[in-house]
Design a protein around this ligand. Structure first.
Ligand code: G3H
Ligand code: ZN
Length: 288
C-alpha cells in the first residue's frame, strides 16, 4: 500500500527503530526491495534521486511502475515513494507525478533561502497529502551529481527548518554518501545530541549515507532520534559483485546465461539479502 512517510517515521521514532530508505534504479531494484520488505514485514521508503528518475524515463514512469508493482506483488506493508535530494522544481514534478513523499534539499542555499523555499514546499506537499523532508548542513561525498562538503549542521539552523512544519529532518553529522574513506572520523554524536535538543523529541531525524556505517554507530544514532536511514551505495555494490561473479563463472549458449532474466537474477537476489540485513540492523522487521 502506498502511503506518505509521516506515520511510519513517527512510529519508528516513538519505538526506537529506523525505517530504511532504499534507493531504486530500475524494475529489478524495486522488485527486490519490495519482496525483502514484504517478507520481513518492514515498512519501507523507496528513494528516487533526480538522476535515477531521469534514468527510468521520468517521475511519472516511476510512480506508475511502483504503484502497479505494489499491487501485482500483493504488497501489504506500508510503502512510501519518496523524492531523494530534490530540487525546487523536482519537488513540484513529483507532487504532480503521484509520489507520496518528497525531500527538498536546500542545504546548498543560504539559510534564509532554504527557509523560504522549504516553507513554500511544506505547504504544497501537505496540501497534496505528501510528507516532506528537508536538509540542513551537507552530506559529504557525491550522489548522482549532488555534491556536499560534509560540514555538520548548525543546531540553531536545524530548529529554523524544523519549525516550518516539515515531517522529518536530514542533518549533516559527519555522514558521507558513497563508500566511507579509511580515515573517516565517524558520526558526530555531539552534533546529533545538540540538534535533538533544539528540535525537540517529536521530530524524526534522517541519516543519509547509510552504506557502510558500523553497527554500533547505527544503533547509537537510532537511540538519539534517527528514525530513517538511507541506503543506496551498498545495494549497488552487492548487485555489481553478484553480477560480476555470475559473468566470470561463464555461461554457454546452452545455459542461456545471456538472457537478462538469468543474468540479472544473482544481483537481484543479492539486493534482497542486503535489504534483509539492513532491516535486521535497523530493527524494523515486523513493524509494518
Ligand atoms: O540519499 C541517499 C543516501 O543518503 C544514500 O547514501 O549511497 O551512501 O548509501 P549511500
Ligand atoms: Zn542522501
Amino acid at each position: 500500500m502506498l502511503v506518505n512517510a509521516k506515520e511510519m517515521l513517527d512510529k519508528a521514532l516513538a519505538s526506537h527503530y529506523a525505517v530504511p530508505q532504499f534507493n531504486i534504479n530500475n524494475l529489478e531494484w524495486t522488485k527486490s526491495i519490495l519482496l525483502a520488505c514484504e517478507e520481513t514485514k518492514s515498512p519501507v521508503i523507496l528513494g528516487v534521486s533526480e538522476g535515477a528518475g531521469k534514468y527510468m524515463t521520468g517521475f511519472e514512469t516511476v510512480a506508475a511502475m511502483v504503484k502497479a508493482m505494489d499491487k501485482s506483488l500483493g504488497i501489504t506493508v506500508p510503502v512510501a515513494l519518496h523524492l531523494d535530494h530534490g530540487s525546487y522544481d523536482g519537488c513540484y514534478s513529483c507532487i504532480k507525478a503521484g509520489f507520496t513523499s518528497i525531500m527538498f534539499d536546500g542545504s546548498h542555499f543560504n539559510i534564509e533561502e532554504n527557509v523560504e523555499k522549504t516553507k513554500e514546499l511544506v505547504a504544497a506537499a501537505h496540501k497534496a497529502g505528501l510528507s516532506i523532508e528537508a536538509e540542513v548542513g551537507s552530506i559529504g561525498g557525491e550522489e548522482d551529481g549532488v555534491v556536499g562538503m560534509g560540514e555538520c549542521a548548525d543546531p540553531a539552523e536545524c530548529k529554523k527548518i524544523a519549525d516550518l512544519g516539515i515531517d522529518f529532518l536530514a542533518a549533516g553529522i559527519g555522514n558521507i554518501h558513497g563508500v566511507y574513506p579509511p580515515d573517516w572520523k565517524g558520526l558526530s554524536f555531539d552534533t546529533l545530541a545538540a540538534i535533538k535538543e533544539q528540535i525537540g523529541e517529536k521530530m524524526p531525524l534522517v541519516l543519509h549515507g547509510g552504506s557502510g556505517i558500523p553497527k554500533e554507530m547505527i544503533q547509537k544514532a537510532i537511540s538519539l532520534g534517527v528514525a530513517k536511514i538511507n541506503v543506496n551505495t551498498e545495494l549497488q555494490l552487492v548487485f555489481a559483485a553478484a553480477t560480476r561473479k555470475y559473468i566470470e563463472a561463464g555461461s554457454d549458449q546452452k545455459s542461456k546465461g545471456f538472457d537478462p532474466r538469468k543474468l540479472l537474477k544473482p544481483g537481484a537476489d543479492a539486493i534482497i539479502e542486503e535489504c534483509k540485513a539492513k532491516i535486521e540492523l535497523f530493527g524494523c522487521a515486523n513493524k509494518a
